[in-house]
Design a protein around this ligand. Structure first.
Ligand code: NAD
Length: 487
């Protein structure tokens, strides 16, 4: 059942008001599983972005002076509201981006947890006093919010990526202008409705949707916006980073990845294969931490592939609103074209097809963007799939002989987001996790997106971290205060 309606219209949220754009234009949001329109969203550009910035700036003083307890209370109310509305929000996610409902529910829970975690952390913004070497001096360091913030988010986790920015910004005392992805704005709109209900004051959070470049340029050119927090591709991230440099704005960048997954011969094979399948086909391979290079030690490669193939063949693909669907569509036609191109290129350069390899006709909706869960063997360094994010349900398998060899291969990329190791050998797990040039490493574990952890990458995968014990650092400035005391 399609829960959203093609005729339903959604508005922008600026200074506490829901409104259409002055152009009165709308963006159609398409369900990638059915090809149906699931809603129309007001498309605002320069004028609305400026209004949103004005609102974020006008409300900054009062919000930043609010007690951290009052801010935490609002975030906790939002946490409970998200959980109360879990089923509806999950259906919105499934309808606008195609993720199976079971995975969409988890996304709602993760989004909620970000509000809870940041509410808890809001109470722990500490300064310092320092003993001076001079008797008359008093020295201290205080932490203050950076100011009004611009946030730009991707489509692949349309709710939790917004939560990962909104929650720490609000907890720190920052105000915010958010531009979500134009493919999936409805999740963000529903989250803003709940934030309003939770008591976020007018102007503190603002939502603009429309032409990414126009909105992005206005946000970056305005001196009053003191920070940009971005999640998306490395390509767009570099552009924003360059433009942010003109005013030395603070930046946080959560960018693309090309995760190596290293399967050593001493792993627990059955549990490894279960985890590799779950992680690779989660969100139809459209995650920044998706294993894009699966390195399997030569001695166990045949047994690994046999077990892997069996499990991949049993995955059920289709419109994810059905409870038993494991793999949904990719997000749109250009996503599908990229997957096709990577598979064709690999096969043409010598990879062998273990399973899949075609646009699917098995899914129950012929207008959806479905590609069969695919496994490729004999993949090598010359292929596109080894060097670019595929962002689709394709598992490329490589083989290796020694630990040193595989670490070198795994590090041979400009990306540095996530890496995984499967081994039962403790010393090896320590050696290899320390040698991998990545911001996150999973050892016999593929679930990296946990609020308690510091999520983020190194090299061209990003700057800064989201979640974890340092979650508010990205939204706080350090101020050093020194004073001279008279006797
Ligand atoms: P994208 O870079 O195309 O778009 C991301 C956002 O940037 C969207 O809101 C888009 O409208 C906006 N945008 C595009 N061009 C812009 C411009 N010129 N100025 C301002 N904004 C602009 O990425 P996507 O396709 O939406 O998402 C997939 C990418 O995101 C992948 O590379 C994935 O690895 C990455 N990602 C990273 C993380 C992480 O935490 N590191 C998490 C999720 C996704």
């Amino acid at each position: 059942m399609e829960l959203l309606k093609s005729s339903k219209k959604y508005q922008l949220f600026i200074n506490g008001e829901w409104k259409n754009s002055i152009s009165n234009q709308f963006i159609e949001v398409i369900n990638p599983a059915t090809g149906n329109i699931v809603g129309q969203v007001a498309s605002g550009n320069i004028v609305e972005t400026k209004e949103a910035i004005d609102a974020a700036c006008d409300s900054f003083f009062s919000w930043s002076k609010e007690t951290s307890k009052a801010r935490a209370d609002i975030l906790m109310r939002l946490y409970f509201l998200l959980l109360e509305n879990e089923e509806y929000l999950a259906s919105v996610i499934t309808n606008e981006m195609g993720k199976p409902i079971v995975q969409a529910r988890k996304e709602v829970q993760t989004a909620a947890e970000h509000f809870r975690w940041n509410a808890e952390e809001a109470r722990r913004i500490y300064g310092q006093t320092i003993q001076s070497s001079e008797k008359q001096k008093r020295l201290s360091i205080i932490r203050q919010p950076v100011g009004p913030v611009a946030a730009i988010t991707p489509w692949n986790f349309p709710l939790s990526m917004v939560a990962r920015k909104l929650a720490p910004a609000l907890a720190s005392g920052c105000t915010i202008v958010l531009k979500p992805a134009e493919q999936t704005p409805i999740s963000a709109i529903e989250l803003f409705k709940l934030a309003e209900k939770a008591g976020v004051p007018n102007g503190v959070i603002n939502l603009v949707i429309g032409n990414p470049k126009e909105i992005g340029d206005v946000l970056l050119e305005d001196k009053r916006i003191r920070k940009i927090t971005f999640t998306g591709s490395t390509e767009v991230g570099k552009l924003l980073y360059k433009n942010a440099a003109k005013q030395v704005k603070r930046v946080s960048m959560e960018l693309g990845g090309h995760a190596p997954m290293i399967v050593f011969e001493d792993c627990d094979l059955e549990s490894t294969v279960n985890q590799v399948v779950k992680s690779k086909f989660n969100n139809t391979g459209q995650t920044c931490v998706s294993p894009n290079r699966i390195y399997v030690q030569q001695s166990i490669k045949d047994s690994f592939i046999n077990l892997f193939k069996e499990q991949v063949q049993s995955l059920k693909m289709g419109y994810g609103i059905d409870e038993n669907i494991d793999v949904g569509p990719v997000v749109n036609q250009s996503g599908l074209d990229k997957v096709k191109k990577h598979v064709e290129d690999a096969i043409q350069k010598g990879a062998t097809l273990v399973v899949g390899g075609t646009v699917s006709d098995k899914a129950n909706h012929k207008n959806g963007y479905f590609y069969e869960p695919t496994v490729l063997d004999h993949v090598d360094e010359q292929m596109l799939i080894t060097n670019q994010e595929t962002f689709g349900p394709v598992a490329p398998i490589f083989s290796f002989e020694t630990e040193d060899e595989v670490v070198k291969k795994a590090n041979n990329t400009d990306y540095g987001l996530a890496a995984y190791i499967f081994t039962e050998n403790l010393s090896r797990s320590v050696r290899v996790s320390e040698a991998l040039e990545y911001g996150m490493v999973g050892i016999n574990d593929t679930v990296l997106s946990q609020v308690e952890g510091s999520f983020g990458g190194i090299k061209e995968s990003g700057i800064g971290r989201e979640g974890g014990p340092g979650c508010l650092e990205e939204f706080l400035e350090t101020k050093w205060i020194t004073s001279t005391i008279r006797d």
